[in-house]
Design a protein around this ligand. Structure first.
Ligand code: GLN
Length: 496
C-alpha cells in the first residue's frame, strides 16, 4: 500500500475496482504525502474533511457495484478553478480567503465521474508566468531539483504529479502553462483545442486563449481525464464548442489504419518546423528530441520538414493580446464586487487605487499597464489590431503546414527548468522562453508535452506535439505509442 503514489490513474482505478484498496485509503495516502512534502509549495489548500467525504461517497458507489474509469481516484485542481469546498486564490492576495458559491464546470465534471478532490494547487498569480515564481503564496519547487522552477503557470500541478502528491491534476494553458510545466517536471499534459473544455469557473486571464486540460503521468491517463473534462457547456461559456464529448481512450493503443502492430504509427507524418529546431533551442533539448524522433521513425512515422515562418512574431503578438484581455478581465477586482479592499482610503478612487495596488503583485500590475496601454485610443490600431492580424496569419501558417503533415513536433521550451529567481529581474527573458508554445495557443490548436529524456543537470525534457483542431485523439495516440515503447514517462525524481 505504500506504493500507491507510484501508480498511475489507470492502475489506481483498477485496484479500486477490484476493491483491493478503498478510495478513503488512497485519498489518505496522497493527503499524507502532500503534508509531508509541503516544502515543494505545490498545494495552497487542503480540506481533509471534504476530501474524505468525497472518498467515502466514491467507496459507497464502488460497494454498490458501480464501475467507471475514474471512480474513487483522487486528483487536485489548479487554484484557478473555483471550488465550493476549498478557497480559490488564483495565486493572488487579491482573492485571499475567497470562497466560490459554485464549482467550475471542469471540477464538477470530474467530481461527477467520481474523482476525489485532494486540494488546490499553487500557480502564478492569475496564471501569468512561466515559473510559478509569481505566486503571492511563494514559489512551487521542481521535485527534480528544488532550487529550480517547476515551470508555470500550472507549476503546483506539475510539481504535485511529478512528486506523487496527486496521481493527476488539472491545469490551464493560455500560452503554454500546461505544456511547459509538464515538460519541466517529466510528466504528460495536454491543452485541447480552444473551446473544448468549459471555461466556466476558471478565473479569467486572457479569455480568447485560456483553456483547461489534464496533467498526469501518461498519455493514457490524460486521455481518461480529458474524456471527462471536454464537452459542450453552451449555457455557461459562450466560447464552448457545440461538439459532443469524446472517449479519447477508445482506440488509443490501436495501430493506425493500414499500420501493423510492430509499426503502429506507419503512415503518420510528423512535421518538423525548421523555426523550432534552430539556434534558439539548447543542444541538450535538441538531442533528446532527435532521439525521440528516431524512436518515432522506428514506430513507423515519417518525418517531414515544414516551416512556421511567423513563429518569432508569436511573442510580440501574444504579449499584446494576452495583457489586453487581462487588463479588461482584471478590472472586476476593484475591492467592491470582488477582491481585497484596502483599509484606509480617502474616497472611492483612492479605494480602487489602494486596493488594486495592495492586492495585485508586480507582474500582474505590469500586464495591466501594458494591456491598458495597447488598448488606449491611438495605440489600439498600432498594437492591438496589428497583433490580431498577426495572430490570424500564424493560424493560417499552421493550416498550410497541416497540408504536409498530420502532427507537428518540436520542443516545448528552449531549455530545461531554470533556477528559481533566475529570470526575476528580466521579465522579457521569461516571455521569450514561451516561443514554442505560443503559436499553437494563438491559433487555438491542441498541443501536448510528452517526456522524452533528461537534459542538462539531469532535468526532464518534454517534446511538444501539436495537432489540427479536434485532433486530441491523434496526439494522445501518438504519445501513447511512444510511451508503450519507452519509459521516460515512468521516471520519477529521486525519493519520490
Ligand atoms: N508564460 C505565459 C504567460 O505568462 C503563459 C501563461 C499561461 O499559459 N497561463 O502569459
Amino acid at each position: 500500500m505504500n506504493d500507491l503514489h507510484q501508480l498511475d490513474v489507470t492502475a489506481l482505478a483498477a485496484r479500486l475496482a477490484a476493491r483491493e484498496v478503498s478510495s478513503v485509503e488512497v485519498t489518505q495516502h496522497f493527503l499524507a504525502r502532500a503534508r509531508a512534502h509541503a516544502h515543494l509549495g505545490a498545494y495552497l489548500a487542503l480540506n481533509e474533511d471534504a476530501s474524505l467525504a468525497q472518498a467515502r461517497a466514491a467507496d459507497a458507489r464502488l460497494a454498490a457495484g458501480e464501475r467507471s474509469p475514474l471512480l474513487g481516484v483522487p486528483l487536485a485542481h489548479k487554484d484557478i478553478f473555483v471550488t465550493t469546498d476549498f478557497p480559490t486564490t488564483a495565486g493572488s492576495k487579491m482573492l485571499e480567503g475567497y470562497r466560490s458559491p459554485f464549482d467550475a464546470t471542469v471540477v464538477r465534471q470530474l467530481a461527477d465521474a467520481g474523482m476525489v478532490t485532494l486540494g488546490k494547487l499553487n500557480c502564478d498569480e492569475f496564471a501569468m508566468g512561466s515559473g510559478n515564481d509569481n505566486s503571492a503564496y511563494g514559489p512551487a519547487r521542481n521535485p527534480w531539483d528544488t532550487e529550480r522552477v517547476p515551470g508555470g503557470s500550472s507549476g503546483g500541478s506539475a510539481a504535485a504529479v511529478a512528486a506523487g502528491l496527486a496521481p493527476a491534476a488539472t491545469g490551464t494553458d493560455t500560452g503554454g502553462s500546461i505544456r511547459q510545466p509538464a515538460s519541466f517536471t517529466g510528466i504528460t499534459g495536454i491543452k485541447p483545442t480552444y473551446g473544448r473544455c468549459s471555461r466556466y469557473g476558471m478565473v479569467a486571464y486572457a479569455s480568447s486563449l485560456d483553456q483547461a486540460g489534464p496533467m498526469a503521468r501518461s498519455a493514457r491517463d490524460c486521455a481518461l481525464l480529458l474524456s471527462a473534462m471536454a464537452g459542450p457547456d453552451l449555457d455557461r461559456d459562450s466560447t464552448s464548442l457545440d461538439r459532443p464529448a469524446e472517449d479519447y481512450t477508445a482506440g488509443l493503443g490501436q495501430p493506425l489504419a493500414g499500420a501493423t502492430a510492430a509499426q503502429p504509427l506507419k503512415g503518420l507524418r510528423i512535421g518538423l518546423p525548421k523555426e523550432f529546431f534552430g539556434d534558439g533551442c539548447a543542444p541538450d533539448v535538441l538531442a533528446a528530441l532527435r532521439a525521440a524522433l528516431a524512436e518515432y521513425e522506428k514506430l513507423g512515422a515519417t518525418l517531414v520538414d515544414i516551416s512556421l515562418p511567423r513563429t518569432e512574431l508569436s511573442i510580440p503578438a501574444y504579449y499584446i493580446i494576452a495583457p489586453a484581455e487581462a487588463s479588461s478581465n482584471l478590472s472586476r477586482f476593484d475591492g467592491v464586487k470582488f477582491g481585497h479592499r484596502a483599509k484606509d482610503y480617502a474616497d472611492l478612487a483612492d479605494m480602487y487605487k489602494k486596493s488594486r495596488s495592495e492586492g495585485f503583485g508586480r507582474e500582474v500590475q505590469r500586464r495591466i499597464l501594458i494591456g491598458t496601454y495597447v488598448l488606449s485610443h491611438g495605440y489600439y490600431d498600432a498594437y492591438y489590431i496589428k497583433a490580431q492580424q498577426i495572430r490570424r496569419l500564424i493560424a493560417q501558417d499552421f493550416q498550410a503546414a497541416f497540408q504536409q503533415c498530420d502532427v507537428i513536433a518540436g520542443p516545448v521550451a528552449p531549455s530545461v527548468a531554470w533556477k528559481i529567481g533566475e529570470k526575476n529581474d528580466d521579465p522579457v527573458a521569461a516571455y521569450l522562453a514561451d516561443i514554442y508554445t505560443l503559436p499553437a495557443s494563438l491559433s487555438g490548436l491542441p498541443g501536448m508535452s510528452v517526456p522524452v529524456g533528461l537534459g542538462a543537470a539531469g532535468m526532464p525534457v518534454g517534446m511538444q506535439l501539436i495537432g489540427n483542431y479536434f485532433q486530441e485523439a491523434r496526439l494522445l495516440g501518438a504519445a501513447h505509442h511512444f510511451q508503450c515503447a519507452t519509459d521516460w514517462h515512468t521516471r520519477a525524481p529521486a525519493g519520490c
